[in-house]
Design a protein around this ligand. Structure first.
Ligand SMILES: Nc1ncnc2c1ncn2[C@@H]1O[C@H](COP(=O)(O)OP(=O)(O)O)[C@@H](O)[C@H]1O
Ligand SMILES: [Mg+2]
Length: 378
């Protein structure tokens, strides 16, 4: 096998992306701008959001040996835009392209029990939690609890509020579960952290997140939260990146409880919806940063130019508009940028795109982005 190019990978190199969604699309756009090639691999259907932008799209299951072998032969490094890829698909062995992030990081983040055990061992606080051997064990854990599937949860899918014994019957019996204490949330926030091959760690300022129906609705940065909260969140994120010996970008979702605790909720070893505003707001976006980390380049500056806010565009917007949203009305709001992910079927709850707004203050940025989104629907 040909020798792999020495670190750093120069422009012209090929970044392999496992996953084909919007996160891969925005990575591929960043890669193209800097002269890198991308190949994306995933289930399809073609053309996928990432495949529309990548140099090549491979439509195959993540564990298809023939497709994986061809993918590995073509790429210089493998990264992910989706964490639920089999660890074996990421780990190409000593002679294959390096995985950034590593298979170990991805597999830890695929499972809430493994992830929480990792956080405990790293000395990072979480809500009180326990593995459940049987759903009934939640009674011993204590009510009220949030019971979550250990694997494959997203956007609130695979979790149940359990207030008492009567709710236990609703829990599934055929999957691994973890129980968490149901905490009163004062705020939800996130930190995007990146670590380079040289061990340098950078973070972006704290992002404040608002969810509707368990799906991220809008984000604003810098978060309108006290400085000690931002400092604690930043310290947690740095500690996680170090403990993982991460090479890549990782999102840390946090809860700020009404008791004043800043605890980690979950991790995503890739760019995150709450970091999309870095595209406009920061000198190096989270996707540029992922490219740099994957290619062994120095990490870029993260200090934002201006406060920013992001509002997601779910398929519901198209439903409410009764067809095509009024893009001109939204883009008439000053400071607003439109991102669409190339998806053709606007189903309710499906992430179709987002809007970003920059302004002089976080409040103004948020007001602008929400005004722009409202203007889409008459
Ligand atoms: N232990 C908890 N206490 C209170 N609210 C919670 C708890 N766990 C989850 N939530 C709420 O549910 C949302 C989704 O949960 P999360 O664990 O982030 O799963 P997902 O993978 O679906 O994003 C959180 O953003 C938060 O609003
Ligand atoms: Mg979450």
């Amino acid at each position: 096998m040909a020798e792999r190019p020495a670190v750093p990978l120069p422009p012209g190199s090929t970044v392999g992306v496992l996953g084909t969604g919007q996160l891969g699309r925005m990575l591929a756009l960043a890669a193209r701008r800097s002269g890198y090639r991308t190949v994306t691999l995933g289930d399809g259907p073609s053309p996928t959001p990432c495949g529309q932008v990548a140099d090549r799209e491979v439509v195959a299951p993540y564990d298809d040996p023939v497709a994986l072998a061809a993918f590995r032969a073509e790429v210089d490094v493998v990264t992910i835009e989706f964490e639920n890829v089999p660890a074996a698909s990421l780990d190409a062995g000593r002679d294959g392209p390096p995985a950034r992030p590593s298979a170990r990081v991805a597999s830890t983040c695929q499972n809430r029990a493994r992830e929480k055990a990792f956080l405990r061992d790293a000395g990072v606080p979480t809500v009180r939690w326990a593995d459940l051997t049987e759903p009934e064990d939640v009674a011993a854990f204590g009510f009220p609890a949030v019971v979550k599937t250990a694997a494959f949860g997203y956007d609130g899918k695979g979790q149940w509020r359990v207030h008492g014994p009567a709710d236990v019957a609703a829990l599934p019996t055929d999957v691994d579960l973890v129980a968490e204490e149901l905490v009163d949330l004062a705020a939800e926030c996130s930190v995007i952290v990146a670590r380079g091959v040289d061990g340098t760690v950078v973070t972006y300022p704290l992002v404040e997140n608002h969810h509707t129906d368990h799906i991220l609705d809008w984000s604003v940065a810098p978060a309108r939260l006290p400085a000690p909260v931002a400092a604690a969140a930043d310290a947690h994120a740095r500690r996680i990146a170090e403990a993982f010996e991460l090479v890549g970008v990782l999102a840390v979702e946090l809860f700020v409880t009404t008791a004043g605790d800043v605890v980690v909720n979950e991790l995503a070893p890739r760019p995150h919806n709450s970091g999309h505003l870095t595209i406009e707001a920061a000198p190096t976006s989270q996707f540029d940063q992922q490219l740099r980390a994957a290619c062994g380049l120095p990490l870029g500056a993260t200090t934002p130019f201006r406060p920013a806010a992001m509002a997601n565009l779910l398929g519901d917007v198209w439903v409410a508009a009764g067809g095509e949203p009024d893009w001109a009305a939204a883009l008439a709001v000053p400071g607003v940028t439109l991102h669409l992910y190339g998806k053709t079927d606007p189903r309710p709850g499906r992430k179709m795109g987002h809007l970003t707004a920059l302004a002089d203050t976080p409040d103004d940025a948020l007001a602008r982005v929400l005004a722009a989104r409202s203007a889409l629907v008459h």
